[in-house]
Ligand binder design. Structure first.
Ligand code: HEM
Length: 288
């Protein structure tokens, strides 16, 4: 019996520990994404995405994050099934405890967030992993140096006839760049399809996802925006209970701290989802 209790507490601790890690990720992710709303043509947001996509520490963090999400989902499902099995007959008396009432819905709000994450990864993250096609961006400086290298090879006779023709076509294409393919600062090519990356930057140029253009286009779609907004409501409820529960698991439920933790949970559960929600709201309704 003691062993079962110990196993259950260990799982709760694991759930809380990974939950804490996810709680740190959320405000950071929200802060970065709010840069979409800066009226700078996407400069800040693209720079932030470039940093997130190229920095090795962030890449390690991202792997830990993915493992954490999977662990969190796995442990949450096991704990819920164990709870259900331990109580095959539903209570006839409805609990009046607010915490107990909310905790019963954690698996459902969590399930909504899980479904949201699958959709969200298909929309954005899988573009970064090159599983889904998106829109791409390339710094003019990088395109230029890539082009110069090839031009040197052409001069020294290292390129075949076909490759030379491709290079000339790239030069012509770049000199007749259509509108909307250059960012506000004139430093980057933006909103490129995969075909256009090949056309303007060269066959083997590695362009980065243009998440700024993708987010702006994405939230102009009212159905996607609505789905995201509903998920942020589920996120708010999930966070509210998660923070209280986490504090309890770590033994912080002392009359001295309870009010502070409760208020922090309410503040966090309102501010973070609201911060995320500002993005679709501003793009869809305010024309950002
Ligand atoms: C309007 C709100 C949001 C926007 C615009 C947004 C945008 C993005 C974008 C563009 C990416 C890929 C960028 C990259 O990997 O560097 C991404 C990745 C990700 N998003 Fe979001 N996101 C939003 C809300 C959320 C929410 C509410 C969650 C969690 C519940 C979430 C979880 C993630 C995760 C786990 C990743 C993959 C890890 C990462 O790349 O950082 N996102 N998001």
């Amino acid at each position: 019996m003691k062993l079962v209790q110990f196993a259950s507490i260990t799982k709760k601790m694991a759930l809380a520990a990974v939950g804490l890690f996810l709680l740190v990720f959320l405000p950071v992710h929200m802060g970065i994404n709010l840069c979409i709303l800066r009226e700078d043509g996407g400069e800040w947001y693209r720079n932030a995405c470039h940093f997130m996509g190229t920095n090795y520490i962030v890449k390690i963090f991202e792997m830990v994050l993915m493992a954490t999400i999977l662990l969190h989902i796995g442990v949450a499902i096991v704990l819920t099934i164990e709870n259900w099995m331990a109580r095959p007959v539903r209570y006839k008396v409805v609990s009046k405890s607010k915490t107990h009432f909310m905790s019963r819905y954690m698996i459902w709000t969590g399930g909504i967030i899980g479904c949201f994450l699958i959709l969200h990864f298909i929309n954005f993250y899988f573009v970064k992993l090159d599983i889904v096609e998106g829109k791409y961006t390339a710094e003019i400086e990088e395109v230029d140096s890539f082009f110069q290298q090839k031009a040197k090879k052409m001069q020294s006779g290292e390129l075949g006839e076909k490759e030379q023709a491709v290079l000339v076509a790239q030069y012509q294409a770049l000199s007749q760049l259509p509108e909307g393919k250059l960012d506000k600062s004139g430093k980057s090519l933006v909103n490129l399809s995969k075909e256009e990356v090949k056309k303007y930057c060269g066959e083997d140029f590695e362009a980065e996802p243009d998440f700024y253009t993708m987010c702006k286009e994405f939230f102009k779609n009212k159905y996607y925006s609505l789905i995201y907004l509903l998920c942020f409501v589920a996120l708010a409820f999930h966070l509210m209970h998660a923070i209280n529960s986490l504090a309890q698991t770590f033994g912080l439920n002392h009359s001295k701290y309870n009010k502070v933790i409760e208020n922090f949970a309410i503040g966090f559960a309102i501010i973070v989802p609201l911060g995320f929600a500002l993005i679709p709201i501003a793009i869809l309704f305010l024309g950002f």
